[in-house]
Design a protein around this ligand. Structure first.
Ligand code: C5P
Ligand code: MG
Length: 196
């Protein structure tokens, strides 16, 4: 860990790949601070701020909100949690080249991105999980039509970012098919959080 700089793990994967669930477990057991870009955007939308309407339109369409908004929310949340001596899990970001460029511009020199945790499972499983979650989530984008859009955004825009981190030797890929506990164990060993 570089002295004085917060350490960041990006957590990426399609909708329903298990990002939020696994981040919750990493917080519980390994003391990370979890920031979900999607949660921060929904919070900002619900606050009725000047960006609320725009954010809601993007979310409904499964499109990626301009990075100025998202990166600013992330930065504020990191500051609110204590800037240094912290290990952050940033979930659902960077989802596109625009996200990555905006992040690098603002955060490139002040944080250390150590890892990109990539949760990978099939489109069928992701769709099934989201439609199950739709029964209780109340999210405007948890329905069949929006899931299709979110999956195509993931394939077109997010996969290249995961590949980029792979080229930097930072991507840790975990198969997120199956049971929550089994996936979590694989994450723990793959991220070297426990002895093998
Ligand atoms: O990650 P999550 O499924 O909560 O994201 C929900 C939606 O929030 C995305 O489909 C997208 O519209 C928006 N989002 C975004 N940029 C991000 C993360 C999420 O625009 N980096
Ligand atoms: Mg989530």
């Amino acid at each position: 860990m570089e002295v004085g700089k917060p350490e960041v793990t990006f957590v990426l994967g399609g909708p329903g790949s298990g990002k939020g669930t696994q981040c919750g477990k990493l917080v519980e057991k390994h003391g990370f601070i979890h920031l979900s870009a999607g949660d921060l955007l929904r919070e900002e939308r619900n606050s009725g701020s000047k960006d609320a309407e725009l954010i809601n339109e993007y979310i409904k369409e499964g499109k990626i909100v301009p990075v100025e908004i998202t990166c600013n929310l992330l930065k504020k949340a990191m500051e609110a949690n204590g800037w240094d001596k912290s290990r952050f899990l940033i979930d659902g970001f960077p989802r596109s080249q625009d996200n990555l460029d905006g992040w690098n511009e603002v955060m490139g020199d002040v944080v250390n991105v150590s890892t990109c945790l990539y949760l990978n499972t099939s489109e069928d499983i992701m769709t099934e999980r989201i439609l199950k979650r739709a029964e209780t989530s109340g999210r405007v984008d948890d329905n069949e039509e929006a899931v299709k859009k979110r999956l195509s955004t993931y394939l077109e825009s997010t996969i290249p970012i995961i590949k980029h981190f792979e080229e930097l030797g930072k991507t840790v890929e975990v198969d997120s098919t199956g049971e929550i506990e089994d996936i979590f164990s694989t994450i723990e060993t793959s991220m070297k959080l426990v002895e093998e």
